[in-house]
Design a protein around this ligand. Structure first.
Ligand code: SAM
Length: 284
């Protein structure tokens, strides 16, 4: 017999509050505590369903201390429901540490699956879903981030990234340096009133989001690269074309040359010269 508590991983809505399973509701009512990443968000859900279970915060900034307390409670046969800010706990939130520690302590961990932004975004994107790669939030550390962007550039599976609205433009611009030409779906506010799925290639999307500053929750889905194509070194002509596209979307020429040169594995100086030559030819 299990002399310890149980950690329930409860998926909660990623938008519409009605988007919750009956089983999750029952568990949220039944457990001793709910450990929530964002108590302000979770309280709205609990109020909506008249659930009065005590709430404990468990987030990035208290995960060590609170994690130990939660494990202690679980060791004392308490049942805890873990909920993330939205969706399935454990994906791009501190849930992973608590799950890992619970397993280490022989505490039962059980999943109540349901909404998940990554799954909603990848399915609605229309890109192949036989295999997909989930990258979550890209690292904020320069070196690590560049490595991830490079990996994404060489990915021949559909890719899903989570992003904050104020960083969307910067990330789209950065991606240009690694996956020029690929189709992207920017999924915003899925299942909510202002849901928007904007599809297109990077220059078009950059232009669009420059005009309409994005708000809300965002997942970016990228179509897989063609393996053979990924290996081919692009020509100067093709690179110059991509620079023009970026410029049309509002990126400064010098920056566009730098980004595209990096992707095509060319020297910025040579690419810049090619563009100047093209301009001169055009003006002749
Ligand atoms: N564990 C959660 C899940 O399974 O969906 C994700 C938690 S993560 C902290 C939150 C991120 O998920 C947001 O910053 C956004 O990138 C993405 N996200 C959440 N809700 C979304 C929505 N309604 N539409 C698009 N993306 C969403």
């Amino acid at each position: 017999m299990n002399k310890k508590g149980v950690l329930y991983l409860c998926a909660t809505p990623i938008g519409n509050l009605k988007d919750i399973t009956i089983r999750v509701m029952e568990i949220l009512k039944d457990v001793d505590y709910i450990a929530a990443e964002d108590t302000r968000r979770t309280i709205k859900l609990l109020n909506y369903y008249n659930i009065n279970t005590p709430l404990l915060s468990y987030h990035e900034h208290n995960k060590e201390k609170r994690g130990l307390e939660l494990i202690e409670l679980l060791e004392k046969e308490k049942k805890i429901a873990l909920v993330s800010d939205a969706g399935t706990p454990g994906l791009s939130d501190p849930g992973f540490e608590l799950i890992k520690e619970s397993i280490k302590k022989d505490i039962e961990v059980t999943s109540l699956p349901g909404p998940c932004a990554a799954v909603a975004a990848v399915t609605v994107s229309g890109f192949p879903i036989k295999r997909f790669a989930f990258y979550g939030f890209l690292s904020s550390k320069k070196k690590e981030r560049r490595k991830e962007l490079k990996e994404i550039g060489f990915e021949n599976k559909t890719v899903v990234i989570y992003e904050a609205p104020h960083r969307l433009l910067k990330t789209l611009e950065e991606l240009t340096g690694y996956l020029a030409g690929r189709e992207i779906a920017v999924c915003r506010e899925l299942t909510k009133k202002f849901e928007e799925i904007k599809r297109g290639k990077l220059p078009e999307l950059i232009g669009y989001f420059k005009e309409s500053s994005p708000k809300g929750e965002i997942s970016i889905v990228i179509e897989p690269g063609e393996w053979e194509e990924l290996q081919v070194e692009r020509s100067f002509t093709e690179a110059a074309f991509e620079v023009r596209q970026l410029k049309e979307a509002g990126v400064k020429e010098k920056e566009a040359v730098k980004i595209i040169a990096r992707y095509f594995n060319l020297s910025s100086k040579d690419l810049y010269k090619k563009i100047i030559d093209e301009k001169e030819n055009f003006n002749k």
